[in-house]
Ligand binder design. Structure first.
Ligand SMILES: C[S@@+](CC[C@H](N)C(=O)[O-])C[C@H]1O[C@@H](n2cnc3c(N)ncnc32)[C@H](O)[C@@H]1O
Length: 243
C-alpha cells in the first residue's frame, strides 16, 4: 500500500493557531520531513509543532532548503532544485514503503511555501503518489489581526507581493491596489521605506514583526525600522492599506 504526503500548514508561530486537523495529521504520520532555512539549522515549522504534538516516536528528517528567489516561468537556481529533488526522493522512498509523511510548513502552504515546490517535484517523479494539502492560518491574517486592522473591506482590491522585487514592480503594484501586503521585507527596508515615503504611503503602512510569536512588534515608524541596529526580523510583513 502507498503512503500519503500531507503538506501541513502549522500557522504563523503561536501553537494555538494550529488547526485541529494539522495536529491530528501530525500525530498520525510516523515520518515528518521538516524544512530548515539554514544548513544544520532548526526548522521553524518544527519549533511551532513542538509542545503540541509528541515527537518522541517520530522519524524526523530536517531538510535544508536554500532561501533563494524563485521566479515563475524561469528555471530555479540549481542549488534550490537539488534541494527539492532530494526532498522529493526521500519522501517517495517512505511513501512507496507504505509510510505516511507529513511536511509541516509555516503559515499556510498555499502562500510562498516550499511545500508546493516539493509537491510539484514529487508529482513529476511519481504521479501516482497521493498528496493532501492541509491549510493553515497564514502570517498575513495573523499580521492584520496583530495590527488590529482589516486587510480589505468593501470594494478594496488586495494584493500580496514579495518586497524583494524591483522597485518598478513594487511602485506599479502600490499605485494600482487599495491594500498591499509586502512579504519578505527584512532585507530590502533600505529601498522600500524611501519608496513608500516618496509615494506618501508611510502613514498608511504598518510593519508586523513575528506576529503571534514571542517578541511580536507592531511598528508604525518605518524609518526607525530601517535602521540597521533595529532591523526587522525575517518574520516581518508590511501592510499598506490606503483607505
Ligand atoms: C516564505 S514566506 C512564508 C509565508 C507562509 N507560508 C504564510 O502563510 O504566512 C515567509 C514570509 O512570511 C512572512 N511571515 C512569516 N511568518 C511571519 C510572522 N509570524 N509574522 C509576520 N510575518 C511573517 C514574512 O514576510 C516572511 O518573510
Amino acid at each position: 500500500m502507498k503512503g500519503t504526503l500531507y503538506v501541513v500548514g502549522v500557522g504563523p508561530g503561536d501553537p494555538e493557531l494550529m488547526t485541529l486537523k494539522a495536529v491530528r495529521i501530525l500525530e498520525h504520520c510516523g515520518v515528518w520531513l521538516a524544512p530548515a532555512a539554514k544548513k544544520d539549522g532548526e526548522s521553524t515549522a518544527l519549533g511551532i509543532v513542538e509542545g503540541v504534538v509528541d515527537r518522541r516516536d517520530k522519524e524526523i528528517i530536517t531538510h535544508h532548503f536554500p532561501m533563494k528567489k524563485v521566479r515563475m516561468g524561469h528555471a530555479p537556481d540549481p542549488e534550490v532544485k537539488t534541494a527539492w529533488d532530494a526532498a522529493a526522493a526521500r519522501i517517495v522512498g517512505h511513501l512507496r514503503a507504505g509510510r505516511d509523511v507529513a511536511f509541516p510548513t509555516l503559515g499556510d502552504p498555499a502562500i510562498y511555501s516550499t511545500g508546493f515546490y516539493v509537491c510539484e517535484t514529487l508529482f513529476a517523479l511519481a504521479p501516482d503518489l497521493p498528496v493532501e494539502i492541509i491549510p493553515g492560518v497564514s502570517s498575513i491574517g495573523a499580521s492584520a489581526a496583530a495590527a488590529g486592522q482589516p486587510l480589505c473591506l468593501g470594494d478594496d482590491r488586495l494584493v500580496v507581493i514579495p518586497a524583494t522585487f524591483e522597485n518598478g514592480r513594487l511602485r506599479e503594484t502600490l499605485e494600482q491596489f487599495d491594500s498591499v501586503v509586502l512579504m519578505k521585507v527584512h532585507r530590502v527596508m533600505d529601498r522600500l521605506v524611501p519608496l513608500l515615503s516618496e509615494m506618501n504611503l508611510l502613514d498608511k503602512a504598518v510593519l508586523v514583526e513575528r506576529s503571534s510569536q514571542g517578541g511580536q512588534r507592531i511598528r508604525r515608524d518605518l524609518v526607525a525600522a530601517m535602521q540597521p541596529d533595529d532591523a526587522p526580523h525575517y518574520f516581518s510583513t508590511i501592510i499598506v492599506r490606503k483607505s
